[in-house]
Design a protein around this ligand. Structure first.
Ligand SMILES: [Zn+2]
Ligand SMILES: [Zn+2]
Length: 361
């Protein structure tokens, strides 16, 4: 392929929510300033791509939050787990080499709001997230507005490094909202699918042993035990909250909820001990109804966690490299198969992470 020399690039985009994801040709962009243009080598297919493609989140009582109302305007090129090779760079892009393969930090902010000035671009008031508000990695090329968003992944397998930008970072950042635990305290991981499995493996690599896994599937709980969980609880048991609290010896200090529905939220709040921290990550949706006095008297902390910061992605990549952590299981598909990949993920037909690859183009 000679994409570096071509004057056109393809983006796999949808022109209306739920519509087909199809290739469109665009002129190959020329990066300005500190910007860089990458040829996309690998791009992960994330569950939030499914939500964006559907066009809404469920927010309880049959109500929906529409992405269109939040400024996501088709045509949309999805894809925020991107590993690419630098093919062009702007005059101020610094010393990143043409031909360098890099992971892209996609949670790019406006650069001027107070969150951005605090280096919390993932909390930006006017975000430019790649694959959400700006064209993402379901494409031959992706334009990154500043070379500082490129993360060196030397020593890592590039295909399995791609999901670090979202599923890895989301998990890593959520874990860091509750660590360190005091001696004798426990943490529960609710939802042992993709993110939950990553959380279990990260916690094991961090030396955390007081970990309880919660899921509705005994198969996933068996996998969770292999991934280092010291105990498991099936959330469909009528006394699941009591089991969870008892397994922790009454010292359940934190719950990371990677499901995020009404059942998991209520389970977590019922099981947490005094001063417990409930970190909500999953976006299944619904509504929380909980007696307010208990939040005060148990001094519960309820917090959301959304992706993570650039410096957290850099330290996650260093952590994975230092600990020689194996990548998550991936399923390779060609970029042209993006439409089927998103629909298969929506239908629950995907076991590992789908990685779209331009190599098979
Ligand atoms: Zn994602
Ligand atoms: Zn901002």
């Amino acid at each position: 392929m000679s994409q570096g020399e071509s004057t056109e690039t393809r983006r796999y985009e949808f022109r209306e929510f739920q519509g087909p994801i199809e290739a469109s040709a665009y002129p190959l962009p020329e990066p300005e300033g500190a910007g860089v243009l990458l040829r996309v080598d690998y791009c992960g297919v994330c569950h939030s791509d499914v939500h964006i493609h559907e066009g809404y989140y469920a927010i309880g009582d049959g109500k929906r939050m529409s992405f269109a109302d939040r400024g996501v305007v088709p045509p949309v090129t999805l894809g925020h787990e991107i590993v690419g090779t630098v093919v062009r760079k702007g005059p101020d892009a610094g010393d990143v080499a043409i031909g360098a393969q890099r992971l892209v930090y996609p949670w790019i902010g406006c650069g001027t709001c107070s969150a951005c000035r605090r280096q919390e671009e993932n909390m930006c008031a006017a975000p430019r997230y790649l694959g959400v508000f700006a064209p993402g990695g379901y494409a031959d090329h992706v334009l990154v507005p500043d070379a500082r968003y490129l993360v060196d992944i030397d020593g890592l397998d590039p295909a399995t490094a791609a999901p670090l930008a979202c599923s890895g970072l989301t998990t890593y950042s959520a874990i860091h909202k509750v660590l360190p635990l005091a001696d004798g305290q426990w943490i529960a991981i609710v939802g042992c699918g993709g993110l939950g499995q990553i959380a279990l493996r990260l916690l094991e690599a961090m030396g955390e042993t007081n970990v309880i896994a919660v899921d509705v599937s005994d198969d996933k709980l068996a996998l969770a035990k292999q991934a280092g969980a010291a105990a498991v609880v099936n959330a469909t048991d009528a006394d699941a909250a009591t089991q969870l609290s008892r397994r922790a010896g009454g010292e359940l200090a934190a719950v990371l909820d990677f499901v995020g529905n009404e059942q998991t939220a209520n389970l977590a709040l019922a099981a947490l001990g005094k001063g417990g921290r409930y970190v909500l990550v999953g976006l299944h949706g619904g509504e929380l109804r909980y007696p307010l006095p208990f939040i005060a008297t148990k001094a519960l902390l309820i917090t959301g966690s959304y992706v993570g910061r650039l410096d957290e992605l850099q330290s996650l990549v260093d952590f994975v490299r230092d600990r020689k952590m194996a990548g998550i299981p991936v399923e390779h598909r060609s970029m042209q198969a993006a439409d089927g990949a998103v629909r298969d993920l929506a239908a629950g037909k995907v076991a590992g992470r789908i990685i779209l690859s331009s190599e098979k183009a």
